[in-house]
Ligand binder design. Structure first.
Ligand code: GDP
Ligand code: MG
Length: 1154
């Protein structure tokens, strides 16, 4: 809703020529209306929630608002307490000026003294005009109160006599600007106070002082003699009128107990002196610690004098009572949240982490399946825990509250918000101050600041937390069987929420604190919504994105008259959506039934970003909401332009990596706080520069993703026209808040933005709106893509990501050369061990252990050298004078650590391999010994048997012989202790290496790699599929059939060649293994992956996706062959099996010798 300072300058009458009136005509057209009459009438016809909105807008314009609203029919006034309930103000009293602390709160609950101004009888002094001067800075006169000289200000009032308006003067803490150093409320009674005795009595009981404007000192001033009055009286009169008489003045003072010092007489024509005296007097009142009555306490007085209070209706009272039922039990916000709203706190955060980890697999060990099922079990357990804690007392009351119909629900929610605000505000304001203090003074102490950040988030409590809890109630019930009573209990909730969306209530889409979308809940809400509107649910999605506290919500509220929470009291993070119904006439033109507006909260400001180097949350949120929107307004305050550029880069980059993004989101830039009218022209250069930068980074991102061919400009990814889509919006306030009125230019500029936006939508053919079910599907798949994206969101911008990738590539070559060097060395040593003393007759096998020691010593020397090589390479890399290098300075330490752990890993593996080789060789030697021994035994046994047979003179049957041999064999075998050769699961190993290799690729790649089964991969032929290229080539669809076939054939041929190359590599490795009798090493797989990479680089038509399929194919083949070779190796090196192989030969010998 626009806020416009000129709103009260209205004239219903037809314009009359200014100087053309004749003496006989009435001066005024009978249609002319006094603005006060208009305001009174509007207040009478408005609904209670609109009233609140009107009051806050009026107050933003620094207009006075009705405190007591007269009703000329019933002659009964109403105290407008409810209307003012929502008014939140900030100020800084002089006493706190040094500490930079400000006071924030609901104005009706604040202890502010009220000073009233009334006229009794005639007064030649213009009261309202004087008040305006009293409250305004001399250089910036603001018409807080409607006054005579305003347009139609002198039209006779018809219904607004008896109206009492109020306005607040709030200091900003700067004595040069402040008119009063303490806050004060100024009330103004319209009409002759003598006729409004009740109003007078009310004011005398509630005010600290009453200033009476009167020339008619002899007249009836009996309204002043109020027994209940606590107010100090002041008399203001004009000495320049003819009838002025000092005696009468003195009499009047005596009669009505007005102190002589409390008489203000305007002596000169000039106003300045007079206003100054008045100000001194008012200041005197405020400083003497006067009675302060809160507006909400005035309700009692109103009741006593016979006024109505607008909160006195049943629905309002019930709403209040229902809300109090919940908030009464809050003593400690943190504890309350833990006890009463436990589902959406730690548990839901952990579930969200698990959900992401299930996609990203950051901490997976080698066994992926086991890890997956572990995560699944943990999630199921957490859901169970939620069910056990479900439906706390507060949540039962909350669900009851929102299940009420229409107005009562609105009252309930408003009351809840009001009461919760009060609870969390106090804690929050001190915490926030501390936070700012730490950020400013000890920014290096990140832990402390993080801790405070968490505390702030823990202490904040609003209705949104109850709604989050509601989502979780629903979500955890979803894992129960359909007919479970607990599940049926929550079945109706989504429909309720859908109805609230239709009523224009903001609903959370992304929970920014947990960084997750409650998908089951949202799905059901949208499904219900779709049914509620009879499937007429086409929506156009508009989002605003920007750093926190840059006026995003204010912008949307001004643009659409909606009510997104504006900064105060709020520190939840996330994205809220809200539906605006499109009118019948516009539906066909805009091609939609609703406009969905999404407001995002909590992108980090620069100070926060500097503290926390994790960019993940913001990048994810931004990518999601831009991806969901048809139009995104990028809100930029000058000082935050860098952050927004960085975030945009990541968003573009993420889009380039995603398979899911099909449409081109349109974006607009709203530059805030630019008030110069030549802004548009002056910023031409800036705009060009911005476009250049955006293009540059798109190119970088495209290069990284191997998509340069089709993405060379920002506008290839996003729809943006720098000339048409840039808006410059002047600052919101005209002067220094809190006393500054809104700048009329602000609303005008926002209105322009809206007009041209809607205009362009009407004429545009590009926008294809979806209905909510389609939107839902889209949200699901986009969110899935975001969850699987493991790499790009970690970076500040594409430049850093590019530099990082560059460093990784470098590092990988160093790592690879380290590994292959060590592997070569290892193979020679393994061969040496395996051949140890083979040719000698009497091997001294115990010497082998000494050799092993020597080898290990040599290895550790060599490993150290190789590690140093990497480290010095790294050092050299960082010494380059390249701007890229400076971007990744932060990561240097990581890579150093990584080199170190690589060394340790290889060291272990070498030790393990060498020891194994020694064991195998020792085993073989044992086998040899046993062989010899066996030969002896056989000879002996044969001799014995022969002897025995001769003695018994009996022949031994074949069976008997075999039995005898069997016994002997068993006996010998038992001497051979088993050497267990480890079974390596080559498939698992390869899978692990493959995942590591594809770590930095896009979400759909990780999704594929995490779910692929290598055992079935690479079995048949590798067939190139066309849909692997649609992503890389947006124009793919436009290719002719012939062209596509041609291209596919070419790619197929290249892939086949790569596969052949890899096959020959694999068989090379296998023959080395067989020749040298060595085991399988992971280096072989790394070699293969590197080979694929090298080859793919040469063929640029092979898309990222195709390359991944290729790698999976090759890895599947390799895993199968290596697994087989490994098995053979084990069999052939196991002494037992070796011996078993020899059994028939020995048996034959046995028979022969017999
Ligand atoms: N000086 C100035 N203040 C603004 C402007 N727009 C909004 N604000 C104030 O900045 C604060 C934060 O506004 P809000 O809309 O909640 O920001 P959001 O966090 O980006 O949604 C509020 O107190 C606004 O009154 C502006 O253009 N200039
Ligand atoms: Mg906001």
């Amino acid at each position: 809703m626009m806020s416009n300072l000129n709103a009260r300058h209205i004239k219903c009458a037809q314009d009359q020529p200014m100087y053309d009136y004749n003496l006989t005509d009435a001066y005024y057209d009978s249609d002319a209306i006094n603005p006060l009459d208009l305001i009174t009438a509007l207040f009478h016809c408005s609904d209670p929630f609109l009233l609140q909105e009107m009051v806050s807008k009026m107050s933003m314009c620094q207009f006075a608002v009705p405190l007591l609203l007269p009703n000329c029919d019933t002659h009964q006034s109403t105290l407008m307490l409810w209307a003012m309930r929502d008014l939140v103000k900030k100020f800084r009293p002089n006493s706190l000026a040094g500490d930079r602390i400000f006071v924030e709160g609901r104005i009706v609950e604040m202890d502010i003294p009220m000073v009233s101004f009334v006229r009794l009888g005639e007064s030649s002094l213009p009261k309202s005009q004087t008040l305006n001067k009293l409250l305004s800075n001399p250089h910036q006169l603001n018409d807080t109160f409607v006054q005579r000289d305003m347009e139609c200000g002198d039209v006779p009032r018809r219904i607004s006599d008896g109206l009492v308006e109020v306005s607040w003067y709030l200091p900003c803490g700067n004595t040069n600007i402040d008119m009063f150093t303490q806050p004060v409320a100024i009330a103004n009674l319209r009409g002759d106070g003598r006729l409004f005795k009740t109003q007078m009595s009310f004011l005398c009981q509630t005010s600290a002082a009453v200033f009476i404007f009167s020339d008619d000192l002899e007249g009836d001033l009996s309204t002043l003699n109020n027994r209940e009055s606590r107010a100090e009286l002041f008399l203001v009169t004009n000495s320049q009128r003819k009838a002025f008489n000092k005696e009468t003045l003195r009499d009047a003072c005596r009669k009505h107990k007005v102190k002589e010092t409390n008489v203000i007489v305007k002596i000169k024509k000039n106003d300045a002196e007079f206003v100054k005296t008045l100000r001194v007097q008012v200041n005197g009142v405020i400083e003497q610690n006067p009675i302060k009555m809160r507006v909400k306490d005035m309700a009692a007085v109103a009741g006593r004098v016979g006024f109505v209070v607008d909160e006195d209706c049943t629905e309002c009272r019930n709403g209040k009572a229902n809300a109090e039922g919940i908030t009464e039990s809050i003593h400690d916000v943190v504890k309350f949240k833990e006890d009463q709203l436990p589902l959406h706190g730690k548990i839901w955060k952990r579930i969200s982490q698990i959900e992401k980890e299930r996609c990203r697999m950051r901490n997976v060990g080698k066994d992926i399946e086991k890890y997956k099922s572990k995560l699944k079990t943990e999630e199921a357990k957490l859901r169970e825990e939620q069910q056990q804690k479900a439906f706390s007392d507060a949540m039962i009351k909350f669900t009851a509250g929102i299940s009420e119909s229409g107005t009562q629900r609105l009252y309930f929610l408003k009351w809840l918000k009001i009461q919760l605000d009060t609870h969390s505000r106090q804690n929050l304001s001190t915490l926030r101050e501390q936070y700012k203090d730490y950020c400013r003074n000890t920014p290096q102490n990140k832990e402390l600041i993080k801790c405070l950040d968490e505390q702030i988030s823990n202490c904040s409590l609003g209705p949104e937390h109850f709604f989050r809890e509601l989502c979780q109630l629903y979500e955890c019930a979803c894992s129960l069987p359909e007919n479970n009573p607990a599940r049926q209990k929550v079945q109706h909730l989504p429909a309720l929420c859908a109805q609230m969306l239709l009523d224009g209530f903001p609903v959370e889409l992304v929970d920014g604190d947990a960084s997750n979308i409650p998908m089951k809940w949202i799905t059901e809400v949208f499904t219900q919504l779709h049914q509620l509107v009879d499937t007429k649910s086409k929506i156009l999605v508009l989002t605003v994105l920007g750093v926190q506290s840059t006026g995003k919500s204010t912008l949307l509220n001004t643009m659409f008259g909606v009510q997104f929470a504006v900064s105060s009291g709020r520190c939840t993070r996330g994205a809220f959506m809200l539906l605006i119904k499109v009118s019948e006439e516009l539906r066909s033109e805009l091609k939609c039934d609703f406009i969905m507006v999404i407001d995002t909260e909590g992108l980090k400001s620069s100070e926060l970003a500097a503290l926390d180097i994790s960019y993940e949350h913001d990048n994810e949120l931004a990518t999601l909401v831009i991806g969901l929107s048809d139009i995104t307004i990028i809100n930029i305050a000058m000082e935050n332009s860098t952050e927004m550029k960085d975030i945009l880069q990541i968003v573009v980059h993420a889009f380039l990596r995603m398979k899911e993004v099909g449409k081109k989101p349109r974006c607009l830039f709203a530059h805030q706080n630019v008030s110069d009218m030549s802004a548009y022209d002056n910023n031409m250069r800036d705009r060009i520069r911005l476009v250049e930068q955006l293009n540059e980074m798109t190119q970088i991102a495209a290069r990284m993703e191997r998509r340069e061919a089709n993405n060379t400009k920002f506008t290839d990814v996003m729809d943006y026209d720098p000339d048409k889509d840039s808006y410059y919006i002047p600052g919101l306030w005209h002067g220094t808040p809190p006393m500054a009125p809104v700048n009329a230019g602000y609303s005008e500029a926002v209105y322009e933005l809206k007009k041209s936006l809607i205009g362009s939508l009407q004429t545009s053919d590009n926008i294809k709106t979806n209905d909510v079910t389609e939107f839902l599907r889209w949200t699901q798949s986009l969110w899935n893509a975001v969850k699987f994206e493991n790499f790009i969101f970690n970076f500040r911008n594409s430049l850093v990501a590019d530099a990082y990738t560059d460093l990784c590539t470098q590092y990988n070559t160093w790592e690879w050369s380290f590994q292959s060097e060590m592997n070569k060395w290892l193979i020679t040593k393994e061969t040496m061990i395996s051949n140890f003393g083979v040719a000698e007759k009497n091997v001294q096998i115990n010497l082998l252990r000494t050799r092993l020691k020597e080898f290990l010593h040599e290895a550790s020397k060599k490993l150290h050298e190789e590690e140093q090589k990497i480290l010095s390479n790294l050092e050299k890399y960082f010494q380059q004078k390249d701007s890229k290098v400076s971007l990744v300075e932060n990561y240097k330490q990581d890579f150093q650590t990584s080199a170190n752990s690589l060394k340790r890993r290889i060291e272990n593996s070498i030790k393990h391999s060498l020891e194994k080789a020694v064991e195998i060789r020792e085993g073989m030697e044992k086998v040899n010994k046993i062989k010899d021994k066996l030969m002896d035994t056989i000879e002996k046994k044969v001799r014995e048997l022969l002897k025995e047979c001769r003695e018994r003179n009996a022949d031994l049957s074949e069976d008997g012989l075999t039995r005898e041999f069997g016994k002997m064999w068993e006996g010998t075998m038992s001497e051979l202790s088993a050497v267990r050769l480890p079974e390596v699961d080559v498939y698992q190993d390869v899978h692990h290496l493959l995942r590591a290799d594809l770590r930095s690729k896009g979400g759909h790649v990780s999704e594929m790699v995490n779910t692929v089964d290598l055992k079935t991969s690479g079995q048949g032929e590798f067939l190139v599929k066309t849909d692997w290229f649609s992503l890389a080539k947006r124009c793919w669809k436009a290719f002719t059939h012939f062209h596509k076939r041609h291209l596919t054939a070419e790619i197929q041929e290249n892939c086949d060649r790569i596969i052949r190359h890899c096959d020959s590599l694999i068989s090379d490795h296998i023959s080395v293994m067989k020749r040298n009798n060595t085991g399988y090493h992971e280096t072989y797989i790394r070699d293969l992956l590197k080979a694929v990479d090298d080859q793919v680089k040469r063929h640029e038509q092979i898309s990222e996706e195709c390359a991944t399929h290729l790698k999976v194919h090759v890895c599947g083949r390799a895993a199968r062959l290596f697994q087989k070779t490994h098995k053979e190796f084990n069999v052939c090196n196991d002494p037992r099996s070796r011996l078993m192989e020899l059994k028939p030969i020995f048996l034959e010998n046995f028979f022969k010798s017999f």
